[in-house]
Design a protein around this ligand. Sequence first.
Ligand SMILES: [Zn+2]
Length: 146
Amino acid sequence: MGAKNECPLCKSAANHTNSGVLSVWWEYACPRCGRFRMDGGFVENMLLRPETYEGKLHLLSGLTKTHFLRTGKPLMLTHDHLEDQLASALVPRTPAQCVDRLILNVRYMSREFGDEVELKVRRDWPVAFAQGPKEFESFIGQVVAE
Ligand SMILES: [Zn+2]
């Protein structure tokens, strides 16, 4: 069981646990970003140098969500590997790639191809690496138009 807390990536209410006395990592269960972990360096930098993550938080939300949808396991975010993690092939670079990622992630959200999947604009925008609900709606519009 974890304590109620705020997701450091998307600011949604999220459950929060840590690895124990030494707090080697912190784990969050966020309705938007999925389950993910942060190591001490990541947490420390978020507190002391938040500008490091400016403009990158929605990409991290998308990455943790995608990893959790694909594997069912939490991704460990580490400050030392932040740039490598953001350079992952899972992270889309263009709006067209965001739309592709949306389609692939919806596939991971369904048990079988063709199953109905409920997407909530205010909750599920990390599924497309969108910056928020408005951009997510425009990506959904692209899928519907295709
Ligand atoms: Zn979150």
